[in-house]
Design a binder for this molecule. Structure first.
Ligand code: AMP
Length: 224
């Protein structure tokens, strides 16, 4: 199974990516974690990207694309599945990643969009800031990261919708409920992805399902 996570900071993409990775036995590739690791180790890349992370700005496309290329090539050697968490974040990245994946015969089966209201994202990120010491979890930087998502990353969701691989989920619910819904949807899709070409599929919007059935939002997941 090959999945791209498209979600704003605080939506729980790292947590849900871990669940998907464990369920399908595929590597979880998180560009934010890879970049923070470079910063912690003081590598050349770490020195180049430190300020971007601290300010909530996007790191230049070339740097993250090179990182993603190595990780996806490794994923191919490891069996061919992946959960990409944190990339693509720009249309340039989305297109470049698609070309790379076509070359490697590793295009994504699903682009998973996690939907959470902005006020809830801010609440979760501030709670995480109090619990963890991430340099980009101050209120000013949190607001900047959310604005970057709205302006630069959100438009790529439509691109995946047009490709027929978009699955949208209401992520403003408890972690286990969201995970169960995601894994159920991915299990269903697993049986069709190899037989139905992307272009013949339609986007799947599970986010409206709860509203349609009158379900109420309950205690949300605590971390992003
Ligand atoms: P995350 O842990 O995914 O929230 O990422 C933390 C930070 O890493 C972001 O605010 C960006 O500064 C940087 N970053 C991670 N992934 C990317 C990406 N695909 N493109 C540009 N910057 C990224």
């Amino acid at each position: 199974m090959r999945v791209l996570m498209i979600a704003p900071p605080g939506a729980g993409k790292g947590t849900q990516a871990e669940r998907i990775s464990a369920h399908f036995g595929v590597p979880h590739i998180a560009t934010g974690d890879l970049l923070r690791d470079h910063v912690a180790r003081g590598t050349d890349i770490g020195v180049q990207v430190g300020d971007y992370l601290d300010e909530g700005e996007l790191v230049p496309d070339e740097i993250v694309l090179e990182m993603a290329k190595e990780a996806v090539e490794q994923a191919k050697r490891d069996g061919g599945g992946y959960v990409l968490d944190g990339i693509p974040r720009t249309l340039t990245q989305a297109r470049a990643l698609y070309e790379l994946a076509v070359d490697l015969d590793m295009t994504a089966h699903v682009a998973l969009s996690l939907q959470v209201e902005e006020s809830e994202l801010v609440r979760r990120l501030l709670a995480r800031a109090a619990a963890q010491q991430r340099s980009d979890d101050t209120e000013k930087v949190i607001r900047r990261r959310l604005a970057v998502f709205q302006e630069v990353t959100r438009p790529i969701i439509d691109w995946y919708g047009e490709r027929g691989i978009l699955v949208s989920v209401d992520a403003e619910r408890p972690i286990d409920d969201v995970a169960r819904e995601i894994l159920t949807a991915l299990e269903v899709l697993r049986s069709v992805v190899d037989h139905v070409p992307d272009a013949a599929r339609s986007p799947i919007d599970l986010a409206t399902l709860h509203t349609a059935f009158g379900a109420e939002h309950r205690d949300p997941a605590p971390r992003g």
